[in-house]
Design a protein around this ligand. Structure first.
Ligand code: AQP
Length: 334
């Protein structure tokens, strides 16, 4: 059996939330424990494609790395590094940008969402974000990319760019990466609106559970989470047209490792006043050790910085020859 090579990352835009954890991070740990070769980066170059606080960026980067480790990513088994510490990502991006059609980038829903109504004022970096993401993946010839459902379209584009390069230069230089959309909660929704994705950048902090929230805050957010007046259904079919109920049941299932059917067998016919406290207990029991470990790690940033430096050394060793080879295939003087 060939080993899978896994690459994934998160942006240091803000604190990670339950969606990032259940949609991606929790699965990263599973893949690491399965024995895959794992590379997990903090994608800071992506984070600066929107307005950000330069005074906070370095610390926000450490906080994301701390969250990875606290959630179970083990630096002795997986490489943890910062994207901007590996120059090959930006170099390869330029090369790939020359073979990416603007029309394809214009179809990316994340660009449309983040650029908002005033597309003309959006930065080139935000527009080109998926090309940098393709470089992040292709530079390591990653075979699998564990992401939440929202990143599927970007992954398709990475595959497309790899295929374009290979066809244009008559080579099999790049592997086409497979999206790895795993687990019960591939798209965790906002606690305030079950039709919107739980997101770091959503205005209301009550819409998400952050990994740094304490037990009281988690309880408050779940207690106040939007629901409908009906009791919980007996089967998943009964969640149809009830996005908020479906979201809370999905979160419960993902945290407890049960199927949604099993959750509804236990809570079907019960009111939210019974279900919500059970969800609070489960979420607190699951997240409290992660939060405590994160806070511990952030108490001495030199340990995180050392882990990130070692990770960058290893990533650079892999990335630099790949970029060099790409230049050669494209006919550059070397
Ligand atoms: N709500 C979600 N449900 C499941 N998975 C999710 N992911 C994000 N939101 C959810 C997954 O988390 C990983 C890291 O995401 P990112 O840091 O690249 O940012 P994002 O995808 O843009 O997520 P956010 O939290 O919504 O950030 P902002 O608000 O800054 O854009 C990815 O694998 C993603 O799929």
């Amino acid at each position: 059996m060939t080993t899978k090579r896994i690459l994934s990352g998160m942006q240091p835009t803000s604190q990670l939330h339950l969606g990032n954890y259940l949609g991606a991070l929790k699965n990263w740990v599973t893949l690491q424990e399965e024995g895959s070769e794992c590379l997990y980066c903090v994608v800071d170059l992506h984070a600066v494609t929107v307005a950000y606080d330069a005074d906070r960026l370095a610390q926000a980067t450490r906080e994301i790395a701390a969250a990875y480790i606290a959630a179970g990513v083990d630096p002795a088994k997986s490489s943890i590094f910062v994207q901007s510490a590996v120059p090959g990502h930006s170099q390869l991006m330029w090369l790939l940008a020359t073979m990416t059609q603007m029309g394809k980038l214009e179809r990316m829903t994340q660009f449309k969402d983040k650029a908002g109504k005033d597309k003309e004022r959006a930065g080139l970096g935000l527009f080109a974000y998926p090309v940098l993401m393709a470089a992040d993946i292709l530079i390591y010839n990653a075979t699998h990319v564990p992401v939440g459902d929202d990143q599927k379209q970007h992954l398709e584009l990475s595959r497309d760019i790899a295929a374009t390069f290979n066809t244009r230069y008559g080579t099999e230089h790049f592997i086409q990466p497979d999206p790895y959309i795993m687990g019960a909660a591939t798209r965790v929704m906002s606690l305030r609106d079950g039709t919107q994705k739980m997101s770091k950048s959503a205005e209301s902090d009550m819409s998400r559970i952050n990994l740094i929230d304490d037990a009281d805050m988690i309880a408050k957010k779940i207690r106040k989470a939007k629901t409908d007046p009906a009791s919980l259904p007996e089967t998943t079919a009964g969640l149809e047209g009830r996005p908020e109920a479906a979201n809370l049941v999905t979160i419960y299932a993902a945290l407890s490792g049960q199927s949604k059917d099993a959750v509804l067998q236990a809570f079907g016919g019960k009111e939210f006043s019974v279900f919500k406290p059970a969800l609070v207990d489960l979420a607190v029991a699951h997240l409290a050790p992660i939060t405590a470990r994160m806070n511990d790690l952030l108490g001495d940033v030199s340990e995180i910085d050392n882990i990130l430096r070692r990770g960058a050394d290893k990533a650079n060793e892999m990335a630099a020859p790949m970029v060099d080879e790409t230049y050669k295939i494209m006919g550059f003087w070397r």
